[in-house]
Design a protein around this ligand. Structure first.
Ligand code: DP6
Length: 295
């Protein structure tokens, strides 16, 4: 099925007249069980279900209205970079009627390049706060592949953002996962691991079992990166500093600290820890930006 056809089916299901103005906030989400690989690239349907935690008030606020002769896309008050504006306009082509244009004003308060991911698979998880699952689904038309909020609040959970680089990554996630699926022998093992990790994370969240939660998330991230390293040409999103920080986490953990990390397709680390260790973590990583996802 083509994207356009899928959108038409969804639009037919929606009732009511389109509003002249829309406004929404979407939080950044950090995947704990990663989405890596598509079962259908046209419809952006994932191979495996994924699970994330949203970062509270860190995210993007967007206002959308109609425009006159062409789309007008603004990012943080300035005309958006060409590539970003084009990606958004292409996305609007799925919805617009003939001769309809949009003005989009989007404000981003995160140091991560989440906006570039608008219209991405993982963005589906940013519709909700707290823990969110995105079901892979099985149907070819994708009608059973959707995101939903998981019940459960974990008040003393903390996420620490450690930025290693602001630079745009050389290989985007779409290309990275395609290359991995096509060329990495290790990818064969990924769907089964993702299923186990997804279940373990749900159990750990329900029981608020932090060591199980941290271990599963960190191992899931490293397993995903291992599939990329085994791709050809090899894919390594890490910078030397990423590895320095990973070693520091492992060292701290060996010394008894309850500290874990996760990483997406990029060089930055997101630390996972509990409120009781916030001060120790800040001493170890003075540049950490700490987020309370549930407050
Ligand atoms: C490593 O959602 O950016 O962050 O759907 O192709 O646009 P596309 O990919 P994208 O991939 C995210 C990959 C990830 C893991 C995750 O967020 O689950």
């Amino acid at each position: 099925m083509k994207r356009q056809e899928f959108v038409q089916i969804l639009l037919r299901r929606a009732d009511g007249k389109p509003a002249a103005r829309g406004e929404a906030f979407a939080p950044v989400n950090i995947a704990l069980c990663k989405y890596w690989g598509k079962r259908d690239a046209e419809l952006n349907l994932p191979v495996n279900s994924s699970l994330s935690v949203s970062l509270g008030t860190l995210g993007t606020h967007t206002v959308i209205t109609f425009a006159q002769a062409a789309d007008r896309i603004f990012l943080n008050g300035k005309p958006a970079p060409k590539e970003f504006a084009e990606r958004l306009s292409t996305y609007f082509n799925l919805f617009r009627s003939k001769g309809q244009f949009f003005e989009v004003r989007t404000e981003n308060n995160v140091p991560l390049s989440m906006l570039a991911r608008l219209g991405s698979g993982s963005a589906a998880r940013s519709l909700y706060s707290g823990f969110v699952v995105w079901h892979a689904g099985e149907r070819a038309d994708g009608m059973d592949s959707y995101a939903e909020e998981l019940s459960g609040v974990w008040n003393n959970l903390r996420i620490g953002i450690l930025e290693v680089s602001k630079a745009r990554k050389e290989t985007g996630s779409t290309e990275g996962m395609n290359r991995t699926c096509e060329t990495s022998e290790l990818y064969e093992a990924w769907p089964a691991q993702a299923v186990c990790d997804f279940d373990e994370l749900r159990t750990a969240i329900a029981a608020q079992d932090f060591p199980m939660f941290g271990k599963t998330a960190e191992n899931n991230a490293l397993a995903m990166h291992a599939t990329m390293l085994a791709a050809w040409p090899p894919l390594c999103y890490w910078k030397p500093q990423s590895l320095v920080l990973m070693q520091k986490v492992w060292q701290a953990r060996a010394g008894g600290l309850d500290l874990y990390f996760t990483m997406d397709a990029g060089p930055n680390l997101k630390l996972l820890f509990l409120e009781k260790d916030a001060l120790t973590v800040r001493k170890l990583f003075p540049k950490v930006q700490t987020v309370c996802p549930f407050s």
